[in-house]
Design a protein around this ligand. Structure first.
Ligand code: ADP
Length: 340
């Protein structure tokens, strides 16, 4: 488990003090993937560097399995730093070393005996599916394969936390899916806590259990992925599964926005509304995706023949969070009236 407590980071520059991280609190239990998302300049890289201790936090703590790494120095710090493995965007492999040599590097630095090193490297290569590339050089690999070598190297010293800093940025969809599949397996097989720093919402939807939104150095939202997606007030949820506002179609009474709150929603819920409850239903937009723990989605429906409150109560009982969508035209008219 990793626990970040009231982490602050500022820089003193010629132009004055710049406060970049302003009290970050975050807990990621073992076996869980938390995504940290946020716009450019929010402080994601700085947070990543403070977690991996490449940079020293100005104040606050970074605890891995209860040990406060931010308070350690010298030998103690070097020893405990091993509990954090980092995967970078460009995989940061040494070009003149083979894949096996790159993976062996952290073990060599630690003075692990040769025979043990060979066995461990073989095990790591197998874990990332690259056994047959052991003697290749990074330049002979695809971007996705290089990234998998980076993951093997990050795992060499058996970390408890894996920090992925934009590790899938710039990869093609197939390589991205492979990396995410690998992270997912590492989380379940090794019980790793994983922090995924990314600006790619597809990536977050695919593997994250929870999401923290970072904005101007503060965590402005944090919650389970499904919770954020089904909360209509959540900005992060809106970005994770965007839903364009739809106008009321002719011959329909109102529009509902419906989010999958549970993972066990009956896939036939739309036909149940019409067949069992006599509603007329028009699907206006949205997206529903197969998620690890069941469907995840938000859709917009035009409805008539059923009282809105009755429809909302029915859907609620089926694990769907429904809200009456405000008609964009009415809303615009109201805004004008209020300001007049
Ligand atoms: P992100 O990764 O979310 O784009 P960064 O962590 O790179 O954000 O940067 C957040 C803010 O911190 C930016 O405004 C950036 O200019 C500032 N910043 C980052 N590093 C330094 C530094 N070494 N000195 C001064 N300001 C910095």
């Amino acid at each position: 488990m990793i626990e970040i407590r009231d982490l602050h980071k500022h820089y003193d520059t010629a132009a004055g003090r710049v406060d970049v991280l302003k009290g970050i609190n975050l807990v990621v239990p073992a076996g869980e993937i938390t995504a940290v998302v946020g716009p450019s300049g929010a402080g994601k890289s700085t947070l990543s560097h403070c977690i991996s201790l490449l940079e020293k936090p100005s104040s606050g703590q970074v605890l891995v399995d209860g040990v406060d790494l931010s308070s350690l120095r010298g030998k103690g710090l070097r020893a405990h730093r091993r509990s954090i493995g980092t995967i970078f965007q460009n995989s940061a492999l040494l070009r003149r070393m083979t894949v096996a040599e790159n993976i062996a590097l952290p073990l060599r630095n630690l003075g692990v005996v040769h025979s043990q090193m060979v066995d461990r490297v073989a095990e790591l290569l197998e874990r990332v599916g690259l056994s047959e590339k052991a003697n290749h050089y990074p330049g002979q690999l695809s971007g996705g394969q290089r990234q998998r070598v980076g993951i093997a190297r990050a795992l060499a010293l058996r970390p408890r936390l894996l920090l992925s800093d934009e590790s899938t940025s710039g990869l093609d969809p197939e390589s991205t899916a492979q990396i995410l599949g690998l992270l997912d397996a590492l989380r379940s097989d090794l019980g790793l806590a994983i922090i995924l720093i990314t600006h790619e919402m597809d990536v977050v939807r695919d593997v994250a259990d929870s999401v923290a939104q970072l904005d101007r150095g503060r965590i402005t939202e944090h919650g389970a992925l499904r919770e954020l997606v089904s909360d209509r007030h959540s900005q992060a949820g809106g970005k994770l599964l965007p839903l364009k506002p739809s106008g009321l179609p002719a011959n329909f009474d109102y529009v509902l926005t419906v989010a999958y709150r549970n993972s066990t929603v009956d896939p036939e819920w739309i036909s149940r509304l019409s067949v069992d409850h006599g509603a007329r239903v028009a699907l206006l937009g949205g997206s529903v995706e197969a998620h690890r723990d069941g469907p995840l989605g938000r859709v917009s429906l035009g409805l008539s023949g059923l009282e809105p409150s009755h429809a909302i109560a029915l859907l609620d009982g089926w694990g769907l969070a429904a809200t009456l969508a405000v008609d964009p035209v009415i809303e615009a008219v109201e805004r004008i009236e209020v300001s007049a």
